[in-house]
Ligand binder design. Structure first.
Ligand SMILES: Nc1ncnc2c1ncn2[C@@H]1O[C@H](COP(=O)(O)OP(=O)(O)OP(=O)(O)O)[C@@H](O)[C@H]1O
Ligand SMILES: [Mg+2]
Length: 391
């Protein structure tokens, strides 16, 4: 499949380097690309989302994921929650103030948590919590597009605003477990035991370090064998769903499932187990390749295994405001998918990529960084959009 039909992709030779190393003199140390600029400021109004062009070669002819037929699907069978009221995002001035106030701060965990609460107070009194648990699968078979980073940081953000959140790490790499500071060596009871050995989820769920209300079902390398071992299991596509159904998910507001970079049985389990699909799309050249295949897989799962599944959210990640390419990818995605694309884009930010090596989300590692602010904005959108659509 070709990428970007008719887009007139710019010549990469004229682009600046991708990312900047952390500079020693810059507390917060982000490269230029990580700073919220005119093209990527969190909370920036979205470009007008046009309707999806019909028969767009890139996407195939499925209609899944378009603004018309993809909406928030409440997991509560239609039960309603009081309207959260119109969303009043921070003005650009407020974001600037927060960024300015925090940029030179060496923040402790406590300060970080408090600062995010203060920031949330500036934006919204409180983020709405869903009446029933929202199970959100975060998938894209393309590798390295920000699935794990988005799972972890959205989860952290939601938890910091009072929600009870569980991250299910469904990737043998165990990156989400690492980023949440959760042990995941071979002896740890993990999601492998749940899927293959019928262990209850309650036996493996552990609290994440640093953030109250945030929990993790860790993945170990054992999970790499699960793709094969699942093949001979009864109800091999529904094993995660069954585990979630037997677990008290109502104790949580959100369950976020971080998928591996494939469309194998693990991802299918996540699609069957979730009610909503969040697709992170990297604002890069090859980002759109394979999306048609993902959408077709979603259609198949919907038709045969999980009619409730809907593509509710698309998140543009690693946006580099210095490149025309990033803007072009973002525009194309918005044109095709319409309203399900979050207004907030996640900028490329060195602090975001550094955080996991400290076993942290960027929300605690550097809450004033552009990446943390953007993930907070994106999480706020997720919380408000879900609640709004449930009216
Ligand atoms: N906004 C960002 N700015 C800079 N680096 C980022 C950003 N988001 C993610 N990264 C980095 O890009 C790499 C890939 O991100 P991530 O692991 O989240 O992708 P993934 O889709 O989960 O990958 P995989 O398919 O291997 O599971 C990681 O090194 C991560 O730290
Ligand atoms: Mg990952």
């Amino acid at each position: 499949m070709s990428t970007g039909p008719g887009l007139g992709w710019p010549d990469r030779a004229d682009e600046p380097p991708e990312d900047q190393p952390s500079g020693p003199g810059r507390p917060g140390g982000e490269g230029v690309a990580g700073e919220a600029g005119p093209g990527n400021a969190p909370g920036e109004p979205a470009p007008e989302a046009g309707g999806p062009p019909s028969g767009h070669a890139m996407w195939g002819n499925t209609t899944s994921g378009t603004a018309d037929n993809v909406g928030y699907v409440p997991t509560n069978g239609g039960a309603q929650q009081p309207p959260p009221g119109p969303r009043k995002g921070p003005s650009q001035g407020e974001s600037e103030l927060v960024r300015e106030a925090l940029k030179d701060a060496k923040v402790s965990r406590e300060t970080a948590v408090t600062s995010m609460k203060v920031m949330s107070g500036r934006r919204e009194k409180e983020w709405p919590r869903p009446k029933h648990c929202r199970i959100v699968t975060i998938a894209n078979q393309k590798g390295g597009v920000g699935k794990t980073t988005s799972s972890v940081n959205l989860a952290a953000s939601l938890a910091m605003h009072g929600a009870q959140v569980l991250v299910v790490d469904l990737d043998p790499q165990g990156n989400a477990s690492t980023a949440l500071g959760v042990e995941h060596h071979a002896e740890i009871p993990s999601i492998y035991d749940v899927l293959i050995e019928d262990m209850p989820l309650s036996d493996i769920v552990v609290p994440a370090t640093d953030i109250p209300n945030l929990f993790c079902a860790p993945a170990t390398l054992n999970l790499a064998g699960a793709e094969i071992e699942l093949v001979s299991k009864v109800a091999r596509e529904s094993r995660l769903r069954r585990a979630l159904e037997s677990y008290d998910t109502e104790a949580f507001d959100y369950v976020l499932i971080d998928c591996p970079p494939s469309l194998g049985l693990l991802t299918v389990n996540a699609l069957v187990g979730g009610d909503e699909l969040l697709i992170p799309i990297q604002c890069e050249y090859y980002a759109l390749e394979g999306l048609g295949q993902l959408v077709r897989t979603v259609d198949l799962v919907k038709a045969h295994l999980n009619p409730k599944l809907a593509v509710t959210t698309i998140l543009l990640t690693m946006y580099d405001a210095r490149t025309r390419l990033a803007a072009q990818v973002a525009e194309d995605v918005r044109n095709h998918f319409g309203d399900v694309v979050l207004n907030t884009v996640i900028p490329r930010s060195v602090r975001v990529s550094e955080a996991p090596s400290y076993g942290q989300s960027v929300m605690t590692y550097d809450p004033g960084s552009s990446g943390a602010l953007a993930y907070s904005e994106a999480a706020s959108e997720v919380a408000h959009r879900g609640a709004g659509a449930a009216q």
